[in-house]
Design a protein around this ligand. Sequence first.
Ligand SMILES: *Cc1c(COP(=O)(O)O)cnc(C)c1O
Length: 945
Amino acid sequence: MTVTPSAEFVARHIGPQGNDIDTMLAQLGYSSLDELVDTAVPADIRQSEPLDLPAPRSEAEVLSDLRELAGKNIMKTQMIGQGFSDTHTPPVILRNVLEAPAWYTAYTPYQPEISQGRLEALLNFQTMVMDLTGLPIANASMLDEASAVAESVLLMRRANKAKADAKTVLDSNLFPQTVAVVQGRADALGFEVEIADLSSGLPEGEISGIVLQQPGNDGAVIDHSAVIAAAKERGAMVTIAADILALTMIAAPGDQGADIAVGNTQRFGVPLFFGGPHAAYLAVRNGLERSLPGRLVGVSKDDTGTPGYRLALQTREQHIRREKATSNICTAQALLAITASMFGVYHGPAGVKAIAQRTHNHARTIATALSGAGLILASESFFDTVQVTVENADSIITKAEEASINLRRVDATTVGISTDETTTAAHVAAIASVFGIEGAAPKAEGFELPAAVQRTSDFMTHPIFNTIKSETQMLRYLRRLSDRDLALDRTMIPLGSCTMKLNSTAEMESISWPEFASIHPFAPEHQTAGWRELITDLEGRLTTITGYAGVSIQPNAGSQGEYAGLLAISSYHRSNGDDQRTVCLIPASAHGTNAASAVLAGMKVVVVKTAADGSIDAADLDAKIEANKDTLAAIMITYPSTHGVYDSDVREVCDKVHGAGGQVYIDGANMNALVGLAQPGKFGGDVSHLNLHKTFCIPHGGGGPGVGPIGVAEHLIPFLPGDASGTYSMRDGVPVVATMFGSAGVLPISWAYIAMMGGEGLTSATKTAILSANYIASRLNAYFPILFTGNKGLVAHECILDLRELTNKTGVTAEDVSKRLMDFGFHAPTLSFPVAGTLMVEPTESEDLAEIERFIEAMIAIHGEMEQVLAGDFTIEESPLRHAPHTVAAVVNTAWDRKYTVEQAAFPVRALRVDKYFPSVGRIDGAGGDRNLICSCPPPEAFEN
Ligand SMILES: *Cc1c(COP(=O)(O)O)cnc(C)c1O
C-alpha cells in the first residue's frame, strides 16, 4: 500500500509493518491478513459495509482541525463555581505529570514492585486528603464529586445496619448535580431520599445518614455542629461534602464529627476540562475502611523488610466480591489525583493556605462592595462564593459576560460569584462595575469566618509537603518517582482486557490547550460551541463504529457505562409496564464490574455457567432463561468473551434472551477486536459501553481517567443518561450518572485517534491486533498451552496462557512468572483473570514485531527456569522465579549464596546488559500489609535500614 501523507499516522500507530506481517502470517499458516481474520471472526457477525467515517487526516491536519474547534469555545474568567473552580496548574507539574508519558501511560498499580512511583504519589494524595478532612483513612480517588457523594450514601447505608431501611436525608444546600446523581442511585436501589433544609434541624422519622455540604450550594459556611450532634443522637451517620481548598481555613469534617468526607480535588491544579476528568476524594473514620469504595494505597514491606507501597485490601475488588461488591468503581482518576497531590507538594501547607486566603479575601471584597451598595447576600459567612439577590439576574450575567466574566445564574433574581486561585484585584473591580458600583477600588471589610467554623488543626505536616521548595527539587522528585515505574513509554504492557495501546502525542496534545481546558462545565451554551461540536461529532463516529442508534459520552468509566446502560434497560422495561423484569444473567467469566453494576442498578444477578471450551454453557443458559422468563431483564455478555475468543453462537445467545423478553448488554471493553469488522449494535446488542481508555487511545493514567460511553439501540435512546447541570434540558427525567459531559476534557484524544485513522485505518488496527495475539499464542503454545480458542484454533485479540499444569508440577505460580517478567523489563500480563492460575496476554496492534519477540523470548526463558526447577537445579524456593523481582541491592550483595548466578538474576537474556530496569523494591508482601493497615505516608525514618 502506498502511504499517502494523510494515512501516514495509521502506519505509525500500527506496530508490525510490511515483512513483519508476512512473517507473522507465515507462522500462522495464512497467506493474507484477511484470510486470517475471515477465519477467526464468525461470518454471521461480520459487518457488510466498511466503516463510513471521514477519510483519515494527518497529524498536522487533525491538530489544525482541533485548533479550529477549540477556537469556537469562548474563554472567559470563570466565576461560576458550583463545584468547579479555576486554578493554575504549576507548569512543572503540567509538563512533567499531566503531559508526561511516564505518568500518563502507566497502568493501575496492581503490580506494586514496578509502580512505586505512582503509589507514592497516590499515598501523598491520601495523606493530604486525610489531613485536610481530619479523617484517618482516604482512598486514592473517586470518579467525580457527585458520584462520590452517591458512594458515600451507599456506604452509610451499609455501615449503619441498625437503620438499614431508613431514609437518607440530603441537605437542600447541596449542588444540584450531586442531588441528581444521588437521586438516580436511590431510585435504582429503591431507597428513600429526602431533601430537607438541615439548617433548621433534622426531619422526622428514621434516618440512615445525612449529607451536608461545606460551603453550601449558596456559598454559605455554617456551623453544622448542632445538626451533626442531633444526627448522632438519632443513630444517623454523617457525610460532609467539603471544598478541598476551603478546608485549609474551615473546620475539618472529621473534627466536626463527620463519619465521611467527600469532595472534588480539581482546584488543586487540575484544569476545569469542561467538567472532568477530576479526582474526587472520599475519606472515612476508623471502622469504615473495609467497606471503602475505590482503591486504597497502603504501606507494606518487601522480602528484605524494606517498606514498599501497594494497593491494600484488594479482596474488596469486584473481581473477587462480584455481586457482593459494594461499589463498581474500577478505573478511577489516578492521574488527576497525582496532579492534585503534586500541587500539594509544590505549594506546601502554607502555600495552599495562602491561595485559600487570597481567594477568600477576594470574595470578601466583592461582598463588601455589594453589601455597601445595599444588595442582599445569601450569607454573611462564606469562603469563595457570594450569592446576591438582584432585580434581574440575566441582565447582570450579560453585563458580566461583556466584561469577560462568567457568573452563575442561580435563578431569575439570584446571581452567584465564585473566586478562585486565579482571581485578581482587576477581576474584583470588574465585578463591582458590573453591579454599577463605581469609585475607589473596593476593599474587604468584615465578612470574616465565624470562630466556630475556623480551622484550628494543622495539616500536611509530613516532610514531603514541607521540603520541596525549588523547581529543581520538584522536577527531580517527579523524575525520581516516574523512574521507579514501568509504563508504556518503556515497555509493552501486554495486559489482557486492558488494551494498552499507543497514546500518540498528537492525540494528547490538545487536551491542555486553554480553549478546551479552561472551559467551565456550566458555561453558557453559546460559549461552548467547539466542545459541543467535538462531542456531537465523536458521539456520531462512535455510533457509526458500534452500529447503534445513539451514544452518550456522559459515563466517566466503563463501570459507569455499565450502570448507565443497565438503568436504560430497567427504565425501558418499566416504561413497558414490566417492572418485574429485574433479573440480570451474567456469565461466570464476566468482568467483576458487570455483576457489581447490575446490583447497583437494582438488578438481581443470576450466574450462567461457562462450558469446558470457555463459551457460555448453552444448556445452563436455557435453564436460567426458562427459570426466570417472566422476570428476565437482561444478559450481560462480553464480546469477544473475556476468554479472548469469538464465540460463534453469540447471535443465538442474543436471540434466546430477546425471545424471553430480555435485553442484551454487550460489554464493549474488547471492542479492539471488533472495530471495522463487526458491530455489537448489529449482531444482537441493545446497549454496550466502550472503554475509550482502552480501544480509543485515552491513556490509562496509572488508574484513570477513563471514559465509558454507551451506545444504545433506537428503543433505548429515550433512556440515555440525562442532564446533570440543572442549566440545560438535554434529556429530562432520566437518571444521570455524572455531571454534564462527564470526562469531556479527554475526549479530544479519542476524537483525534478516529480522525487520524479513518475507517480503513481503524479496521487495519483491529486486524493487526488479532494477528499479533494469534502470533503470540502460536509461538508460546508449546510452552504455555493456550486455554481457549475458537474457529480453527484461533483466538481474538488476546490469549490466555494456562500455567496450571506447570504450577502443579513445579510449584511456580502465575504470580512468580509475573514478578520474574519484571526482571526482563516487562509489565506482567493480566494475572488470574478470568481464570485463576493463568496469564492473559493482549499485545494490541501498536507493538512492533521486535517488541513482541522480546516478550516471547522472556516467556521462553522463564519456561526454561521452570524446567530447571523440574530438573532439580534449584527448588522453587531457591529459584530466581520465587526471588523475583531482583533489585540492585539484591544482586550486588557480596554474600551471594543463591543457587543461580547473579547474571541469571539480572541479565537472564543478553539484551538486558544494555537496557536494564531495576525495580526499587523486591517482592511486596500484600497480605502482611492488609493485616497491619497503614494508608498514609510513613515517616522518613521508616526507610532507614
Ligand atoms: C476494563 C473493563 C471493564 C471496566 O471498565 P472501567 O473503565 O475500569 O470501569 C468492564 N468490563 C471489561 C471486560 C473490562 O475489561
